[in-house]
Design a protein around this ligand. Structure first.
Ligand SMILES: [Zn+2]
Length: 314
């Protein structure tokens, strides 16, 4: 039986087969660690579903059709690999995995905005999406999953205003590039500065719909909470969204090897609670959360579990 308060977990085995090469930090073990944590008895109340394939038309909500067909057409043989950029590569399963990651975002929107089978959803998928620009895969990402979710909610479910909240330690240059001229979508990001990919200065405001908060290397959870409390959440409140999409990357964690912030599980819990409160106030509680980065397996699993626990409770 479905229940309007349920939280839906979407994933797919193809997301475990996408492999960008030995020693690549965006590795299948990341998703294994998250799924293992969510197998614990305390998560038995999650509704679970397989991520469908996003259709080319759905992927084209964020990308030109020729880009979509080019990426979906890259199908290396079983032991081959195609290097896309310095840190992004595709194997035999990558196109399907990317299509499932976007499809999970679409299905999550259907569940929380459509027939109301769930109030919140978490997509435990990879590859991530927030670095993918309209015409360029980048930074382990192929399709802008959060943007696809937002635009799909607008087109298929008549949702007006969508907020994308991104607490990954890296700026979501791809998400910003997709939405910066679209006042119906709000994008807020906290990220380390300076850091990859080099975008996300606070002066980058889009059409007034983009809000970037930067944190210096070494910044701790108190600093992380402060930029959300004092800057990003007030901007979210002013936007008054009808749906919240979260780019949930956990690489701001103190243990993460790819950046130098010192965020802890308790800080992710604090922020997820604030996000759920905002969703309750503005959007009937609707939150669609998508896994982005997070490269220390233990910190990633613990943080993602803490985040999902809040989604279920909140
Ligand atoms: Zn990241």
């Amino acid at each position: 039986m479905s229940d309007a308060r349920t939280t839906l977990l979407l994933t797919h085995s193809a997301c475990l087969e996408h492999d960008a090469g030995e020693y690549h930090p965006e590795c299948p073990d990341r998703l294994r660690a998250v799924l293992r944590a969510l197998d614990d008895a305390e998560f038995a109340g999650l509704q679970r579903a397989e991520a469908p394939l996003a259709t080319p038309e759905q992927l084209a909500l964020a990308h030109p059709a020729e880009y979509v067909s080019a990426i979906l057409g890259i199908r290396p043989g079983p032991r081959e690999q195609v290097q896309i950029d310095a840190d992004t590569a595709m194997n035999h399963a990558s196109a399907e995995a990317a299509q499932r990651a976007a499809g999970a975002a679409v299905a999550a929107v259907d569940a929380v905005c459509g027939d109301g089978t769930a109030r919140r959803a978490f997509c435990a998928t990879r590859p991530p999406g927030h670095h993918a620009e309209p015409r360029r895969p980048m930074g382990f990402c192929f399709f802008a999953n959060a943007v696809i979710a937002a635009r799909y909610a607008q087109r298929a479910h008549g949702i007006g205003r969508v907020a994308i909240l991104d607490f990954d330690v890296h700026h979501g240059n791809g998400t910003q590039a997709c939405v910066e001229d679209d006042p119906t979508i709000f994008y807020a990001s906290s990220h380390q500065w300076p850091c990859y990919p080099g975008t996300g200065h606070p002066k980058e405001r889009g059409s007034g719909n983009v809000c970037n908060a930067i944190l210096p290397p070494g910044a701790d959870g108190a600093a992380f909470r402060a930029v959300w409390r004092d800057m990003l959440l007030p901007a979210l409140n002013a936007f008054a969204p009808d749906l919240i999409v979260v780019s949930a990357g956990f690489d701001a964690h103190a243990a993460d090897p790819l950046a130098e912030l010192r965020v802890r599980e308790a800080d992710y819990i604090w922020l997820t609670e604030r996000i759920c409160e905002a969703a309750d106030r503005f959007c009937g509680g609707r939150v669609v959360s998508l896994l982005e980065g997070g490269y220390d397996l233990r910190a990633l699993a613990d943080s993602a579990a803490a985040h999902v626990r809040c989604l279920m409770r909140g």
